[in-house]
Design a protein around this ligand. Structure first.
Ligand code: ASP
Length: 336
């Protein structure tokens, strides 16, 4: 905690000096030297690692790990890992089984980012089982980063992804129940919203990530959250580390959450310090932060990880050193 405070103070002072254009003092020069030292990339962790959001992360991590042992690279691990969750139609917050928008349609958002800084994303995509794989094709086969709606769907079909008419009875029933009151309110940690964000490191120490969701339940048709937005729901910088988020996407988009976490790590923060600072930033910008959940996960080049959330109850799965385990993240609002 003391360390975190020290870091936050340093970060705040650095920021003030920059924005006011104050001349560098000796202390500033020292700080500069320190920052440069800290920017030297950390020794990469080469043992392989998978870190992902929520309980479904355990199964996703396993799929990613199997991909690694079959010779896959970080990008393959990230894609195959989240494909596992997308294919589980019982999941009410990821893939075609996800809770629908207000008009009863399930719409999907996903993005992917490679170790070389390339990225792809799809938003407001319907009838496609694996949006994260379509995002990968956007990255690899087009000059673009983002495709949305009908265009994303047509691209997916042209790439050979099958049209899928699956409709989850459970999700439809929940929506019909919701229609009776039509009350729009994020519910903390329950299956109103969740996402799988997965960060993967391969045996070279290279990092990639993917994030995929059906978004906020009962959203206005066309709404897109943080999950498919590079820098919000996911960010990978292979020199520094990676971050992903889950929870109320609007709050993460407003603060460029995942990019913020990675940049804080670049300035010397540990993954844990960076996740905590990003949550504090959300707290500062949102008077109603007590009413919603946001959680961040981060990994740095050395394979150290961080996790922090606004509310208690955020879980994450870590596959490292031969073990795949579920953990409870710390939170700004303490558990009762
Ligand atoms: N972040 C997702 C969104 O806002 C939902 C979630 O993770 O709960 O669409």
């Amino acid at each position: 905690m003391t360390d975190r405070r020290k870091f936050l103070k340093t970060a705040a002072l650095g920021g003030a000096a920059l924005s006011l254009g104050i001349n560098a003092t000796a202390a500033d020069a020292d700080d500069e030297k320190n920052k440069k030292k800290k920017r030297i990339p950390l020794e990469p962790f080469k043992g392989g690692l998978v870190l992902s959001t929520w309980d479904a992360g355990i199964s996703a991590n396993q799929a990613a790990w199997n991909t690694l042992t079959a010779g896959g690279k970080a990008l393959d691990m990230a894609e195959k890992g989240v494909n596992d969750t997308e294919a589980d139609f019982r999941n009410l917050s990821v893939g075609l089984g996800g809770l629908p928008d207000r008009e009863g349609h399930t719409t999907l958002d996903a993005c992917i980012m490679d170790s070389n800084g390339m990225a792809g994303s799809v938003m407001f995509l319907e009838h496609i089982k694996h949006p994260a794989s379509v995002a990968r094709r956007v990255m690899e086969k087009t000059p673009h980063v983002q495709l949305v709606g009908e265009g994303a769907y047509r691209f997916a079909i042209s790439e050979g992804f099958p049209h899928d008419d699956f409709v989850s009875e459970e999700a439809q029933n929940a929506w019909k129940k919701w229609l009776k009151e039509s009350k729009y309110q994020p519910i903390i940690n329950i299956e109103n919203h969740d996402t799988i964000g997965l960060l993967a490191m391969d045996n070279n120490g290279d990092i990639a990530g993917a994030c995929t969701t059906s978004g906020l339940a009962y959203k206005i048709r066309g709404r897109v959250g943080d999950s498919p937005i590079i820098g919000a729901g996911l960010y990978v910088d292979n020199e520094i580390g990676a971050a992903t988020s889950t929870g109320l996407g609007e709050a993460v988009v407003r603060t460029c959450g995942s990019f913020l976490v990675v940049e804080l790590m670049r300035q010397g923060a540990t993954p844990q310090q960076a996740c905590e600072e990003a949550v504090i930033r959300i707290q500062k910008r949102h008077r109603n932060f007590q009413d919603f959940q946001v959680g961040f996960l981060a990994v740095n080049k050395a394979g150290e990880i961080g996790a922090y959330a606004v509310q208690p109850g955020f879980t994450y799965a870590l596959y490292k050193n031969g073990e795949n385990k579920l953990f409870k993240s710390g939170s700004l609002i303490p558990s009762k």
